[in-house]
Design a protein around this ligand. Sequence first.
Ligand SMILES: Cc1ncc(COP(=O)(O)O)c(C=O)c1O
Length: 398
Amino acid sequence: MASAAISGTTTPTVYDFGSGKPDPRTFPSEALGQAAQRVLLREGPSLASYPEARGYVPLRELSALRFERNHALRVPVGDVVTTNGSMQAIILATQALSRPGDTVVVEEYCYSGTLGVLRQLGAQLEGVPLDDDGMRPELLDATLDRLKREERRVGFVYSIATHQNPTGTIMPLERRRQVLEICRRHDVILVEDDCYADVVFEGEMPRSMYAMAAGSDPDRVIYIGSFSKILGPGVRLGYFIASESLSARLMAYKRDGGTSGLSSMIVAEYMKDQLWAHAAEVCDVVRSKRDTLFAALNRELGGLVDWTHPHGGLFTWLKLPEGVDTKAIAALAKERNVLYATGRSFDAADRDVPYLRLAFGYIADDLIDPGVELLGQCIEGAAPGGPTQRQHATTAAA
Ligand SMILES: Cc1ncc(COP(=O)(O)O)c(C=O)c1O
């Protein structure tokens, strides 16, 4: 096994395709340090009090500006609530909108953290199948019809419409209209998780469903954003945007004394001038890693697996060969220190599905090629018939 020397001792090399984190080299430690000094000298004593219930105003203003630039809608700062990571917004939405035993409708493959919250808070899950354009509206409609017939109460619909986690799909504008119309007809709230906003490698992103509904149907959508993917999850800052009446429902469950004023101040002070330049830098670094990963996958696994080609976000979703033993892959990968997320962890129905998710934001560039080579050995080793059955392909999977 490869090793790296650290202060005279050797630690095994870990090939971390596991979780969705940006590159640690893009974390702006120095600039944040300077921002911290500026803002603390100016406003430090205010930290002797609890933060405002809805969060530090300059960070909420910044979140509103970010939303306006991306989605062409100016939202009142009062409609923005800062949270302890976007995860807290997901928890608050679940607590406020879904009683234990209610059903929450999600994409068939959905961020494992959200699935964990929903299960823990007693929601029953219904997964709507995805295609290359995200959640399929006709199946969402059919699911909501069936739930109505079965007299099951629906808490909300949850969608990651842009750079879906784990599949990386982007829901086009027309489909967003259809999804909104279906939610309106069934009178169900849509929670739109836009955690990967601004991790964009190419192309224009469709407008958010929150912005699309705001004029005509303002209580239909709750929008969730995060600073984790363009800065780092360690800062624990996210937010939700919702109408007054919806945000009041979520605020009733926010009993945490407020989101960290210290973290909020430092990030707002840094981001007020640097948000777009910093996001562009993060995207350049992650885009290049995505391209390295795709080249390695093509070389090592072309013809054996298919994978998605996301235009943003931090993941690709690999379809494994039919009949492959996913537990055997996991065991082989563990021996080789190759980390990835299993398909099962994203499956709304908790099935052992023949997929795995590779994250490409955090892993060091020079570990991508050897990591994919090792992963290839694991998949080949677990494929039905073993390594000799592999058919080498010359073109990329679509
Ligand atoms: C879709 C999605 N939503 C929310 C989160 C939670 O992020 P955080 O709480 O760090 O903002 C993640 C993290 O991976 C995610 O992928």
